[in-house]
Design a protein around this ligand. Structure first.
Ligand code: ZN
Length: 145
């Protein structure tokens, strides 16, 4: 896999220093997702307060792309309203489906580093794993309320 070296550095840095890693005690929701094609696994815990992502933590094992993406996702969505967070998720999904043709929306910040990953179909699920776990947890909380 060849990615732009700057982007590769951003991804490796997030992989080496992942943010919001861990588990929230007594979280409103806990989900576990995996990506069998690569062996990535993630457990994500989430708290929502007045429709805002008040706390998010995740833990997992997997490749650098899955770990780095989960870390950046958690940084992007924490403190955001549910609708803004879901909008970011849509933008990231679109970017991952762009086959390397899109640059992505600026609101994705460091997660734009994954634009190049969209050229590698086998790795797209790695990049989306954390985001899909987040979406699942968020929608489950919302459907309970
Ligand atoms: Zn992976």
């Amino acid at each position: 896999m060849e990615l732009d070296s700057l982007y590769q550095e951003v991804i490796l840095d997030a992989y080496r220093n992942p943010k919001n890693r861990g588990r929230i005690e007594n979280a409103q929701m806990q989900v576990h997702h995996n990506n069998p094609s690569c062996g990535d696994e993630i457990t994500l815990t989430l708290n929502l307060k007045e429709d805002q992502i008040s706390e998010i933590k995740w833990d997992g094992v997997g490749c650098s792309i899955s770990i780095a993406s989960a870390s950046m996702m958690s940084e992007l969505v924490v403190g955001k309203s549910a609708s803004v967070a879901l909008d970011l998720l849509d933008k990231f999904s679109e970017l991952m489906q762009s086959k390397g043709r899109a640059e992505g929306d600026e609101s994705l910040q460091d997660a734009l580093a994954f634009a190049g990953v969209s050229k590698f179909p086998a790795r797209i699920k790695c990049a989306l794993l954390g985001w899909m776990a987040f979406k699942d947890a968020l929608l489950r909380i919302k459907s309970k309320n």
